[in-house]
Design a binder for this molecule. Structure first.
Ligand SMILES: [Zn+2]
Length: 412
């Protein structure tokens, strides 16, 4: 076994150990500011120390490890991902990126760099416990919002209280945010959570950016009536209108190379013999191009309004969420690409991320660069999430190559 092979095998074992820190025995759930968060971070700190890193916890409960450069005034390259999970999660989402970063610095233990290298395990990316995501990375990037402290979890415990219970001072949350001038870049390796790399038969791919997203809550109102007595031509069936709209959304997404999804749909009154008069549904629209996202949203809603008009239905919609598109730094993409080419001896494959990541928040602070690792059938946020040890080995080799090839200024 080569060093890389045995390191990758060890990393897979570490992922299994981490998966044991869960709120329930039969499935993996690890939310922010819970005893499992504490236990997982204590374990990560041990592995960080074994890799020769100096460790600490920050004001938001993120776990850090630093490969210290000789001169304390030197800037910092940050590697990492998140350690929290969704409910009934897989064991590689986020956690794989943290373990790869630690292992990379273990492999580079005897090398010196003209900058500090930090590994971070962000304590909240998924937003499983509180109604907001990216809490850990937002605190580091300087965009932690104090109003989040008042948000309560399902048990009615506010984030402020949960922080106190965890041993943190909520008044200090985000106070130790990093400064742009002391930060060189943020690099993250993450599972793809999609089927593209598997279809391309590639272990890893270079991420071009994270798609921007908009979510809407829509309500379509018509007229209820007796399913037997109202002739079809006299009806204002809200569900038939919604069905036409959903087909329109799918066709529109296909034509305009965006993704758009109706993931939730409620039909009222919801009786077998009543014409539906009220349908509520959500739309999630994403694109890597922010201008394309804005344009498409506008055109799509004018088409939906047309459908409503023709059917004499009333369409109302509200924008309930939006996240801007974030592009990965061009030079970091090229650096990843040459690392991938060196390691795999194949031309690098570039792909966008449809899912949000910590890099979204970290882009507020510094240049970001991401590498995706193939996952089986693209399944994620599910216990069936799976990666190959060989792919983990390739990803590790790529991250080591990337860090070795990184020069201050390359990401600027
Ligand atoms: Zn993730």
């Amino acid at each position: 076994m080569t060093t890389m092979e045995s390191r990758a095998a060890r990393l897979m074992e570490q992922a299994d150990i981490l998966a044991g820190y869960s709120e329930s025995r039969n499935e993996l759930t690890r939310a922010y500011l819970t005893p499992q968060h504490r236990a997982a971070h204590d374990q990560l700190a041990v592995w960080m120390q074994q890799a020769g890193l100096e460790t600490w916890q920050d004001s938001a409960g993120n776990q850090w490890g630093r490969k210290v450069a000789a001169d304390p005034t030197l800037p910092v390259l940050i590697l990492g991902s998140h350690s929290d999970t969704v409910i009934n999660a897989g064991r590689y989402d986020g956690n794989l990126g943290v373990l790869l970063a630690i292992e990379t610095l273990a492999l580079l233990r005897d090398e010196t760099f003209p900058f500090h290298i930090d590994v971070v395990a962000f304590a909240d990316e998924e937003g499983t416990r509180f109604d907001t995501t990216l809490i850990g990375s937002a605190a580091v990037a300087g965009c932690f919002k104090p109003e989040w402290l008042d948000v309560a979890d399902a048990q009615g415990i506010t984030m402020a209280q949960a922080m106190r219970d965890f041993g943190l001072d909520p008044a200090l949350a985000g106070s130790d945010a990093r400064q742009p001038e002391e930060t060189l870049a943020y690099l993250e390796v993450h599972i793809e959570q999609g089927p593209v790399l598997e279809a391309e038969n590639l272990p890893v791919g270079v991420v071009t950016g994270i798609a921007g997203a908009k979510r809407f809550q829509c309500q379509l109102r018509g007229e209820a009536g007796h399913a037997g007595t109202v002739p079809v031509n006299y009806r204002h069936d809200a569900l038939c209108g919604a069905a036409e709209m959903i087909s329109c959304i799918e066709a529109f997404a296909r034509q305009h190379e965006i993704v758009a999804t109706v993931g939730k749909c409620e039909v009222m009154p919801g009786a077998v013999n009543v014409i539906p008069d009220d349908v509520r549904f959500t739309i999630d629209i994403r694109s890597l191009s922010q201008s394309q996202l804005e344009r498409c949203t506008q055109v799509l809603f004018s088409r939906l309004e047309n459908i409503a008009h023709q059917r004499q239905l009333q369409l109302d919609y509200e924008n309930i969420y939006q996240a801007p598109a974030v592009l990965c730094d061009e030079k970091l993409q090229q650096l990843w690409a040459s690392a991938v080419e060196t390691v795999t001896r194949k031309p690098p494959h570039f792909l966008p991320s449809g899912a949000g990541h910590d890099a979204l928040a970290m882009a507020e602070l510094t240049d970001v660069g991401m590498l995706f690792v193939r996952c089986e059938k693209g399944i994620s946020h599910h216990p069936a999430e799976q990666v190959l040890t060989e792919d983990v080995q390739v990803a590790l080799d790529c991250l080591v190559t990337m860090v070795k090839g990184f020069a201050p200024g390359a990401g600027q």
